[in-house]
Design a protein around this ligand. Structure first.
Ligand code: SAH
Length: 249
């Protein structure tokens, strides 16, 4: 095995597997096992209903260490603040279309960006999945193609499929397909940019704050989809700040 392949496989343990609002601790344990089987280690829990839990430990089998090292956050925004590539999962289509990938494409995107970017894969609640706000924090959505009559997989099985695809893609990827001269903006930096733009839009009364319709969602989708880098984000923020200064004069 050459160096590059080694490096990619070694990098799998930097990918954050984020489970949001998990109800059943057994699913957390089964997800940890699925992760460890495929070389992933970084489990992040956002508001788990019950954790730590004996049921989770039992279902994790030999992946107890992953549960012990799991980090817990109050919100998804905090959990992925330092990530440049955030991929959310969805069992069904949403009202506002977002760039959507199949599992293989999502794995290729992860592997292509893994050497340069912090990556998170986000999974939703057993009963309701992810909220639209949470999906809005993601650069891409991934849907596992299922029978449309019953599209919702068990949470840990969905984790298994996606981490498996990433492992397969990392085994077969040999060329360096990705090059960018500036670091990409992470979730926190992009959120600050979107908030700044919103602040300016409100100052110039660009939209009716009581009836924003889908404007903000579309603005958000644009920035999430465009892989904006740190320098580009600074240019926009500098421009917004300059306009705000002029407005005050
Ligand atoms: N009723 C919920 C289903 C949640 S299933 C909904 O409609 O969203 C729990 C989690 O498992 C989902 O949030 C997602 O992370 C994952 N999952 C289940 N089925 C999936 C599918 N077909 N594609 C992608 N992720 C899926």
């Amino acid at each position: 095995m050459d160096d590059k392949k080694n490096t990619l496989l070694e990098l799998l343990d930097t990918v954050k597997i984020v489970l949001v609002g998990t109800t059943h601790p057994g699913n957390i344990g089964a997800a940890a096992r699925a992760m460890k089987n495929m070389g992933f280690r970084k489990l992040i829990l956002v508001e788990p209903k019950e954790f730590p839990s004996d049921v989770a430990t039992y279902r994790s089998k030999a992946a107890k260490d992953i549960l012990e090292e799991a980090e817990i956050f109050n919100t998804l925004e905090q959990a992925v603040a330092d990530c440049e590539l955030v991929i959310g999962t969805s069992a069904r289509d949403r009202k506002v279309p977002w760039p959507i990938l199949n599992p293989k494409e999502s794995a290729e995107t992860v592997v292509k960006n893994l050497p340069q970017q912090k990556v998170a894969l986000v999974f939703g609640r057993e009963d309701r999945g992810l909220t639209n706000e949470e999906l809005g924090l993601c650069n891409f959505h991934v849907h596992i193609p299922t029978d449309p009559d019953y599209s919702s997989l068990n949470l840990a099985q969905a984790v298994q499929i996606l981490v498996y695809e990433i492992r397969v893609a990392s085994l077969s990827d040999t060329e360096d397909k990705n090059y960018w001269d500036v670091e990409l903006a992470n979730t926190q930096q992009t959120e600050m940019l979107i908030n700044h733009m919103d602040e300016l839009m409100q100052q110039v009364e660009f939209y009716d704050v009581d009836n924003p319709r889908k404007l903000l969602l579309r603005v958000r989708r644009f920035f999430k989809r465009s892989n904006i880098d740190v320098m580009e984000a600074n240019i926009f923020r500098g421009l917004f700040a300059t306009i705000q200064k002029k407005l005050k004069q």
